[in-house]
Design a binder for this molecule. Sequence first.
Ligand SMILES: [Zn+2]
Length: 303
Amino acid sequence: MKRILFIFIDGVGIGSPGPHNPFTTLELPGWEALIGNQKWTEDYFVDRDEPTLVVKRIDANLGVDGLPQSGTGQASLFSGVNCAKLAGRHYGPFPHSTSRPILLTQNMFIQCQSISGSQPPVFLNAFPKRFFEAAKKRDRWSTTTRCCLDAKMPLKTLLDLEAGRAIAADLDGKGLRLVAGASVTTIDMDEAAKRMTSLSGKHSLSLFEYFLTDKAGHSENPKEAKIVLGKLDQLFHGLLQHLDFDNTTLVITSDHGNIEDMSTKTHTNNPVPLIAMGASASYFKDVTDLTGVTPAIISALQN
Ligand SMILES: [Zn+2]
């Protein structure tokens, strides 16, 4: 059976090279290895359409004026419907009221459940108790957790994390440990890559969400950008070593630009990267914007 490991990275666009862009200033061999050892800047990040590797810049503006936001961008990404157009504007960080019925009926997990038989989709992130308490109190869930609720998929907890069935949102668990206490065991990026590899081998679709890139972009702090991009760099290095690309296709994309321009606190209008590496890569070659990713994932899993 074909499988997909989908790593969603919040707030990463492909922008102009220069001192404002950490993809220019930092050594990031793990990122670069994903696209043929090139820098993730607009002068080097070029389309590739090969049997086992598709690299594209895709549009995150979705025909709507203003700066893309996470709520409508992620709802579009995880449903295949242009939720920014539907809302009449970019909205975020949480899903817009007009996105809710779309997520409820056709989010990526629901679409996947109908075709994945004995290997149901999974959301790999582990959440601490305080996340559930805060979200329940105001019924405010992020797009991905809302998709899980709507698909009746359990969200992973710290017990799952300790049992090796989940991944901390900050990957190594160091930040989570500060929030949730000593029960969180920290791991290195090679271990995180190994765990993602083994968990993704048991599910048709495995999603991991990393939001600290967006946070670093908003911070305008180059040190923060260096830490988060460096961590992902090691993760990608590990995944390239451990993943079985004959059976699992690695898909990486984002919802809008941000961290590629550290000279501004805001999101950007830049295109976002789409990488599909592995046996089902070619299903992603015609994707042009955020709305194309879920349909491509479903097509890949159906075949
Ligand atoms: Zn943001």
